[in-house]
Ligand binder design. Structure first.
Ligand code: FES
Length: 165
């Protein structure tokens, strides 16, 4: 069950948002920055986080929800320590992205959209990551892993597992 965490930016974070607002004609233009900050701070964007963002920007929760659900980089539920984002857009698909996705699902014993029971890995299928020339690509947290094959990917998974031992 999801626990409720109080959402509150620090004075410094609020000041950063206020400074960014001065660059735009409309204050809600900084919505992506607010959402990134929420995700960085809390790991995902909860219902409470969306409410907080809406109040901060003077827009409706539905408007915030629309942005959050439009972009695949925003998580609306808690995710694992390592977020495995498999691009299956055209270039990656042609270079075997679906085989990589299947391999990951089998290796971790979860389906895309799920998190392993130890909280270590979450798999997501995502749209183009903008690195089509080095397809297939998997983004793990902030890092890109390019020109992948199944062997390399399993090696990366093992290295990530070893890091947490
Ligand atoms: S299609 Fe995968 S990075 Fe562009």
């Amino acid at each position: 069950m999801e626990t409720t965490v109080e959402i509150q930016f620090t004075e410094q974070e609020l000041q950063k948002i206020e400074n960014l607002k001065t660059r735009y004609l409309k204050p809600d233009s900084v919505i992506l920055e607010v959402l990134y900050l929420l995700q960085e701070k809390y790991g995902y964007i909860s219902q409470e986080g969306m409410k907080y963002a809406a109040e901060l920007l003077g827009i409706t929760e539905e408007q915030v929800l629309g942005v959050v659900t439009f972009y695949t980089m925003f998580n609306t539920k808690p995710i694992g320590k390592y977020h495995l984002q498999v691009c299956t857009n055209v270039s990656c698909m042609l270079k075997g992205a679906y085989d990589l996705l299947k391999k990951l699902e089998n290796e971790l014993n979860i389906k895309k959209g799920e998190t392993t029971s130890d909280g270590l890995f979450t798999i997501s299928e995502v749209e183009c990551l903008g690195s089509c020339g080095t397809a297939p690509v998997v983004q793990i947290n902030e890092d890109y892993y390019e020109n992948l094959n199944e062997e390399k990917l399993l090696q990366i998974i093992q290295e990530l597992r070893n890091k947490t031992l």
